[in-house]
Design a protein around this ligand. Structure first.
Ligand SMILES: *Cc1c(COP(=O)(O)O)cnc(C)c1O
Length: 375
């Protein structure tokens, strides 16, 4: 089922002993602040420096800049501690996705939600078109359908909540069925973050992140990550990263770790704002439907008047920014079907809101002014 790890010169780097130890009793917000720091010893900086190095003096664990970097390692240590596994960082979320999809053999079957992130679905479509693997699209909210689809699968991809339909999967039930079928189970945890959902605790094999979103959190970095508890899978993925070279930039890793320090505060505030906006939006006559899984900072609204009204809305605000992507401190929104790659099962009038950490009344005033103009 899995490909052999490529044999390369790179060792699997051990966790760096020069860092501070973590107390297993610490809560996630403490871990977000304390993990991935240099040791508390005189004249050590509090933060891991940006280590710019393409090569290292021979004889150690790192050797070359494609195999490892202390700044990536600090980010990986912090994310690994939050997800409860061992993390590997990548150049982008989609680089992480590609590396995970490469785990399955030729002609393997991959099960994927039809409303998974469209870049993931497009990658799978591209691999399928080239005869590399087969995909089965499923409605991830229909657990029976997903469980049936596990039969004969090599990998079951889950995203929960999905982007932008905000559907939630029964991860545990599907995980059991997938493992019975001998498949790997992956959860794209970008929307929930490890603070709201820890898929490795539910027994899945791999967690994938677009660190571009909530983890880095400031709309200034592209980065991805994979986290696992399996030493074997870690070794295979590390080998692929060494070989294929989809490594993050050092500055990106540093910025992502800096962002991660406030993840708990940002997620808490974005979620509180989102919950309040959901309450207010549901009562507005321009809004036909509000989709919200009950947690997190992403809300999708379907405008009663369809695509034109949705486009109008995204051009009428002063505070909300019309932009793709999500998970930043700034509130952004967009009509998802403006992208040709978005499936036709996503309503034309669906606007995905990435609720930021601004004052909720300012967000509401700006939004309601624009909504009043499209009724
Ligand atoms: C953005 C996103 C990705 C892709 O990540 P990039 O960092 O843009 O490559 C993957 N999954 C989800 C759920 C996303 O929102």
């Amino acid at each position: 089922m899995s490909a052999d790890p490529p044999t390369g010169p790179s060792p699997v780097s051990p966790s760096t002993p020069s860092r501070t130890g973590l107390d297993p009793a610490w809560k996630p917000s403490t871990v977000a602040v304390a993990a991935g720091r240099p040791a508390h010893s005189p004249d050590q900086p509090l933060n891991e420096p940006i280590v710019m190095a393409s090569t290292y003096v021979a004889g150690g664990d790192l050797e070359y800049g494609r195999y490892g970097n202390p700044t990536w390692a600090a980010f990986e240590e912090a994310l690994g501690a939050l997800e409860g596994g061992r993390a590997l960082s990548f150049a982008s979320g989609l680089a992480a996705v590609a590396t995970v999809l490469d785990l399955v053999g030729t002609d393997a079957k991959v099960v994927v939600p039809r409303h998974a992130y469209n870049g993931t679905v497009m990658q799978l479509g591209d691999l399928e078109a080239r005869g590399r693997l087969r995909t089965q699209l499923v409605d991830v909210t229909d657990t029976d359908e997903v469980v049936k689809a596990c039969d004969g699968a090599a990998l079951v991809w889950l995203e929960s909540p999905t982007n932008p339909a905000l559907e939630v999967a029964d991860i545990e039930t599907i995980r059991v069925a997938a493992h019975e079928a001998g498949a790997y189970v992956v959860v794209d945890n970008t929307f929930a973050t490890p603070l709201l959902q820890k898929p490795l605790d539910l027994g899945v094999d791999l967690v994938v992140h677009s660190a571009t979103k909530y983890l880095a959190g400031h709309s200034d970095v592209l980065m991805g990550a994979v986290v696992t508890r399996s030493e074997e899978l870690y070794g295979v993925l590390k080998g692929r990263r060494d070989l294929l070279g989809a490594v993050p930039g050092t500055l990106e890793a540093w910025l992502a770790l800096r962002g991660l320090r406030t993840l708990h505060l940002r997620v808490e505030r974005a979620q509180a704002n989102a919950q309040e906006l959901v309450r207010r939006l549901s009562a507005h006559p321009a809004v036909g439907e509000v989709r919200y899984p009950g947690f997190g900072g992403i809300v999708s609204v379907v405008l009663a008047q369809g695509a034109l009204a949705a486009d109008l809305l995204t051009h009428k605000t002063r505070l909300w920014v019309h932009a793709t992507s999500l998970g930043g401190v700034e509130s952004t929104f967009e009509r998802r079907r403006r992208w040709k790659s978005e499936p036709a099962t996503i309503p034309e009038g669906l606007v995905r809101l990435s609720v930021g950490i601004e004052d909720v009344d300012d967000l509401w005033d700006d939004l309601v002014r624009a909504l009043d103009g499209v009724v």
